[in-house]
Design a protein around this ligand. Structure first.
Ligand SMILES: CC(C)(COP(=O)(O)OP(=O)(O)OC[C@H]1O[C@@H](n2cnc3c(N)ncnc32)[C@H](O)[C@@H]1OP(=O)(O)O)[C@@H](O)C(=O)NCCC(=O)NCCS
Length: 185
């Protein structure tokens, strides 16, 4: 439905749940997304993934534009109507990390969230050891708002939970002239 330079964002289909569950069951990913125990998850996870995809304000499967390979998901969830705020979630399969895909996706989704979904804020939290994610969030304009010190146990250590957000006005101010992201039907 939506396209960036190299990726397509489309609605979730029944056939995607197997890929989504495998994604969440990859410990390199689950430990960055969850404050709960990182363990293999079956039916409970499937129920959760189905609920998350259907209740989110925006939930897209990411695939490569040229070969339609499953890359991951991106979502805006826990939307608050009055405050026009929503939480960002995303994960890509490790084989796609380090190619600038998250940066490309976030630039599109942030723009879409403010311009089309009329959000005022996008909020997220990220573990302090998630260097790649923090780098991307800073690059696309998220600003750190607070830190819950030593709030998550992972990899044998306490990790900070960092809260970040981008406001519509930050995004407006940072926008550079350029073509609008493409929307295809
Ligand atoms: C976080 C995630 C989405 C990033 O995706 P990605 O497509 O690899 O990100 P990008 O390639 O756009 O950018 C990664 C940036 O982090 C940098 N980076 C990666 N690993 C790093 C490290 N260990 N230390 C410092 N910088 C690092 C890269 O150099 C790049 O920055 P640059 O463009 O300035 O060179 C991906 O790693 C992922 O899905 N992780 C698991 C789930 C997750 O953590 N989700 C977010 C939860 S808050």
């Amino acid at each position: 439905m939506f396209e960036t330079d190299r990726l397509r964002l489309r609605a979730v289909r029944e056939a995607d749940f197997e890929d989504l569950i495998a994604l969440w069951n990859d410990d390199r990913i689950q430990k960055m997304l969850s404050t709960d125990f990182v363990v293999p998850l079956g039916a409970k996870l499937e129920k959760l993934v189905r609920e998350m995809s259907s209740s989110a304000l925006f939930y897209a499967i990411i695939e490569t534009k040229d070969s339609h390979e499953f890359v991951g998901f991106i979502s805006l969830w826990d939307a608050q109507t009055k405050n026009r705020d929503a939480r960002l979630g995303m994960a890509l399969l490790p084989s796609f990390w380090g190619r600038g895909y998250a940066t490309e996706l976030l630039r599109f989704v942030i723009d879409y969230a403010f311009r089309q979904l009329a959000l005022h804020r996008i909020t997220l939290n990220v573990f302090g050891n998630n260097t790649a994610a923090i780098r991307v969030y800073n690059k696309v304009g998220f600003i750190q708002e607070g830190v819950q010190r030593k709030a998550n146990w992972g990899d044998g250590k306490w990790q900070d939970v960092i809260w970040m957000a981008v406001l519509d006005e930050d995004w407006e101010a940072s926008k550079q002239d350029g073509p609008d992201p493409k929307i295809v039907s």
